[in-house]
Write a protein that binds this ligand. Structure first.
Ligand code: PGA
Length: 250
């Protein structure tokens, strides 16, 4: 089995550096030294620098980055700042940021900025609902085309695609996605990418799944060739998170 990518998105948790450090240490301690998967924790930006100093087996990513290089942008964090503290990954286009107004065009600029500092974008895409007319396929196609507009062919293999149907995310999720839904989307995403970037260039692109991932459903998604997972709630609980990692190692 190929090397899986397991990403923990801590969102706006926990509420102190001490708790963040304890959680990060306990995850890192519970992860086997022979681990094959690539485990990445994305904490609030405020904790990145400290956690980076104690990171060994577990890597770190940011939850966002700004699309301009520097200047008068109150409240923003630049790709160069992340690069300067050794951060190699960034989640972009998460649905919770899109709800706050982030557009495909913003995300596109952020992807380009991250890549220019050798930071790997984890691009989140996903529809808010599904219906009989299959409109969601066009919605996903548009997200991919707009978010990846102008990305050069050689760069596509550096981008991780996280398919996260919005209806399956978080404690208020309508329901869990089933593996067949992921399979359909995985094939569809790869087809759009191949048409745009050429089949050869997209061979190595990882397509991961996110939305209410737990130790029960992870096996089913793996059977459908998920390249890994983006995990919210269960990444805040060492036991649950490490159980998922162990399943991905088998
Ligand atoms: P969840 O969150 O695992 O809590 O559903 C996933 C995400 O928002 O990335």
């Amino acid at each position: 089995m190929s090397r899986k990518i397991i990403i923990g998105n801590w969102k706006m948790n926990p509420s102190s550096l001490k708790q963040a450090e304890d959680l990060f240490r306990s995850i890192q301690k519970s992860v086997s030294s022979k681990i094959k998967s690539n485990v990445i924790i994305c904490p609030p930006a405020l904790y990145l620098e400290r956690l980076k100093k104690i990171s060994k087996k577990v890597a770190l990513g940011a939850q966002n980055v700004f699309f301009e290089e520097k200047g008068a942008y109150t409240g923003e964090i630049s790709a160069e700042m992340l690069f300067n503290i050794g951060i190699k990954y960034v989640i972009l286009g998460h649905s919770e940021r899109r709800t706050l107004g982030e557009t495909n065009s913003d995300i596109n600029k952020k992807i380009k900025m991250a890549l220019s500092f050798n930071i790997i974008p984890i691009l989140c895409i996903g529809e808010s609902e599904r219906n009989e007319s299959h409109d969601y396929l066009n919605f996903i196609k548009k997200q991919i085309e707009e978010c990846l507009s102008g990305i050069i062919k050689n760069s596509i293999s550096k981008i991780i695609i996280a398919y996260e149907p919005i209806w399956a995310i978080g404690k208020d999720a309508k329901r869990q996605a089933n593996p067949e839904e992921f399979r359909e989307m995985r094939i569809f995403i790869r087809k759009i990418l191949s048409d745009k970037f050429g089949a050869k260039n997209v061979e190595k692109v990882k397509i991961i799944y996110g939305g209410s991932v737990n130790k029960e459903n992870v096996v089913e998604f793996l059977k459908e060739n998920a390249d890994g997972f983006l995990i919210g709630r269960h990444s805040l609980d060492t036991k649950k998170f490490v159980e998922i990692i162990k399943i991905c190692e088998v």
